[in-house]
Design a binder for this molecule. Structure first.
Ligand code: BGC
Length: 445
């Protein structure tokens, strides 16, 4: 059986969370509204009309929750800062209560000998900034930079590990192209400027941390999926290449000074010409100490001329009779292995940390225990693939489970459960699942 010590003594094991998914206290203690508060309040946007206002109530229960992180044996706690908690309007006046809250969380981590990793932006843009165009507006960059500087000055003495953005492709595509996440905008005229300003923020944030935080370990995260063509036809192969440009290459390449991957997809060439993105190739570059990869599933794609822009279509795992999670996401550890290899092949990538990986299942509650054998199996498969990559000499130095406890899963509301700990959203009672105990044993060995 696989065990943590197989990865060597310096491998980092952690658990990841995000402010809007766990904190609650969404309109308390001086916090300004975020785009997720606004989006969720619009009927029909979130399944069952679930709201993030209370979530797991981590705001009031962070001590109890960090004690659970400790009990399970994790050495790292990844969390994000709710921008509008410390800057209610996104820029300008600060909220001291919000600033103190994160000091308390950090201090508690340090007292428990848990290393805090801060994600600066995990999708909850202050609504006040969205009112001015959000990520589509060039003015977002000055606001973001001021936010990063504030965080660096406040927390930089105590926190050395930082992640600039959580999944830039995730929030720009879901929030500014497809409209299924906050702020619910659609179309290329929103998506392209959002992509450009996000790529700038990614690098600017890195530079600010480098100058303000001594001995900082600076990374940023990327969602990634191996893209598999449905058949070997030219059309399917080209469709897979386009999706790869979009889902895997769009943000990691500008950070390396390569600009956007325009050569492999004429649509991106159009984007480059229309927005003059080449002017920023140098500014979008930042030498990250590590990159965070977040991979949950591969995608099998097929050419489809009726799909605008991308002309590709996903052939779902279910229809191909492949194992999948409750989200419908294919379980495929070989693809996890392949996508890590793909990212490690960039010469500029020095160090990879898996900053999220995990699975949602319909857990079974039996006699007070939460039996989640499928999730345990998922971790066994994915960790074996990770060990294989590592043993081949790829510099993978850490892994973080998504996630500590069942929480507000964005547009899925509270229906999709990814936690190692079961959250009863009526009583807020936490119950460690079998997978949580599995991790406890795994980390002990
Ligand atoms: C996000 C998390 C999310 C998880 C599962 C990642 O894309 O960073 O916030 O809960 O996937 O969907």
């Amino acid at each position: 059986m696989i065990k943590a010590s197989d990865f060597g003594p310096n491998f980092t094991w952690g658990v990841a969370t995000a402010a809007p998914q766990i904190e609650g206290a969404a309109s308390q203690y001086g916090k300004g509204p975020s785009i997720w508060d606004t989006f969720a309040s619009r009927s029909g946007k979130i399944k069952n009309n679930h709201q993030p206002d209370r979530a797991c109530d981590f705001y009031h229960r962070y001590r109890e929750d960090l004690a659970l992180v400790k009990l399970l044996g994790f050495k790292v706690f990844r969390f994000s800062i709710a921008w509008s908690r410390i800057l209610p309007n996104g820029i300008g006046a600060t909220n001291q209560q919000g600033i103190s809250f994160y000091h308390q969380v950090i201090d508690e981590c340090l007292a428990l000998q848990i290393t805090p990793y801060i994600t600066l932006y995990h999708w909850d843009l202050p609504q006040a900034l969205e009112n001015d165009g959000g990520w589509t507006s060039f003015s977002i960059n000055a606001a973001f930079n001021a936010f990063v500087k504030l965080c660096a000055l406040e927390y930089g003495d105590k926190v050395k590990n930082w992640l600039i953005l959580n999944e830039p492709f995730g929030f720009t595509s879901l929030g500014y192209m497809l409209g299924v996440h906050a702020p619910g905008k659609t179309g290329l005229s929103n998506f392209f400027p959002a992509v450009l300003h996000t790529a700038l923020a990614q690098a600017d944030g890195g530079h600010i941390l480098r100058s303000e935080v001594k001995n900082a370990n600076i990374g940023t995260t990327y969602s990634c999926s191996e893209i598999l063509p449905y058949t070997q036809s030219d059309n399917d192969l080209l469709a897979a290449k386009r999706v790869d440009c979009l889902m895997n290459r769009l943000f990691v390449e500008p950070a390396q000074g390569l600009g956007f991957p325009t050569a492999d997809w004429e649509m991106l060439e159009k984007f480059q010409m229309e927005y003059g993105t080449w002017r920023f190739n140098n500014r979008m570059k930042f030498d990250f100490d590590f990159i965070g990869l977040q991979s949950y599933f591969p995608l099998t794609v097929k050419y489809n001329p009726f799909i605008p822009v991308i002309q590709a279509w996903e052939v779902k795992a279910k229809s191909r009779k492949k194992p999948h999670t409750a989200m419908g996401w294919e379980v495929n550890a070989d693809s996890f292995y392949n996508i890590i290899k793909q990212f490690s092949s960039y010469p500029q990538v020095k160090n990879i940390v898996i900053t999220e990986n995990g699975a949602a299942y319909r857990d079974h509650l039996a006699t007070g225990n939460v039996v989640d054998a499928e999730r345990i199996k998922y971790f066994e498969l994915y960790l074996a693939a990770l060990l294989k990559v590592k043993n081949e000499g790829i510099n993978v130095t850490g892994y973080m489970v998504w996630t500590l406890m069942d929480n507000f899963e964005w547009a899925e509301g509270y229906n999709a459960r990814f936690g190692l700990i079961h959250t009863d959203f009526a009583t807020l009672k936490r119950t460690i699942k079998y997978s949580g105990y599995w991790w406890q044993e795994f980390l002990r060995a």
